[in-house]
Ligand binder design. Structure first.
Ligand code: AR6
Length: 206
């Protein structure tokens, strides 16, 4: 589809339609994957994923701060009832003042070159558990940020490979059919370039 047609049919309330890219997986034609550059708190999807820390009590910095600011204080109140979240796990809350219906909070690994394989397993688990949470709660559209690649220091290229591989594998499983759209959200041009380069390897355009 043309970008214009895509924009009209999209679930996103996106201020920059030219930044959307669309890929139809060759194997799993039921599913759709998009790349969006911008602020995840503006997306009108069933669930946005928060790159949180294990307390789930929010931090003023990064995406966690942006999500809590946009969702309003009720989000923190609900997070306070959750008893935190382990690294690699995910928990779901309401979206409150966000256009998104839910927030799925996941905790990525703090990157360390000495434990690269362990970090990879944990990051993979973040994507898996978030998708699982989405499906378990009837979400059909979900937006992911680049988990762990900010404050937690995960190299963007490695993290992107993990994200794309894990989403592709999950979409190919039975549960994946319930997900209509997975949006990868990037916040700067460097990350966008990385995703634009790697997405076609995992989701070849038809
Ligand atoms: N929309 C989309 N992406 C964003 C936004 C936004 N509004 N803001 C930042 N990003 P980070 P982490 C991108 O550091 O590395 C928190 O304080 C950002 O450019 O937010 O998982 C938590 O409480 C980067 O690509 O998360 C934890 O303590 C990505 O989001 C810790 O940071 C993730 O960057 C988690 O660190």
């Amino acid at each position: 589809p043309t970008i214009g047609a895509l924009y009209r049919s999209t679930v996103l309330r996106a201020p920059q339609p030219q930044s959307l890219r669309y890929y139809q997986p060759r194997i799993n034609t039921l599913n759709q994957v998009s790349l969006y550059k911008g602020d995840i708190t503006k997306l009108e999807v069933d669930a946005i994923v928060n790159a949180a820390n294990s307390t789930l009590l929010g931090k003023p910095r990064g995406i966690d701060g942006a999500i809590h600011r946009a969702a309003g204080p009720s989000l923190l109140e609900e997070c306070q009832t959750l008893n935190g979240c382990k690294t690699g796990d995910a928990k779901i809350t309401g979206g409150y003042d966000l256009p998104a219906k839910h927030v799925i909070h996941t905790v990525g690994p703090v990157y360390s070159t000495d434990h690269a394989t362990h970090c990879e397993n944990l990051l993979e688990s973040c994507y898996k558990m978030s998708l699982h949470m989405a499906v378990a709660n009837g979400c059909e559209t979900i937006a992911f940020p680049c988990i762990s690649t900010g404050v937690y220091g995960y190299p963007i290229r490695d993290a992107t490979n993990v994200a794309l591989k894990t989403v592709r594998e999950t979409l190919e499983k039975e549960d994946g059919e319930k997900l209509k759209r997975v949006v990868f959200v990037v916040f700067n041009d460097r990350d966008r370039a990385t995703y634009e380069q790697l997405i076609p390897l995992y989701f070849p355009p038809t």
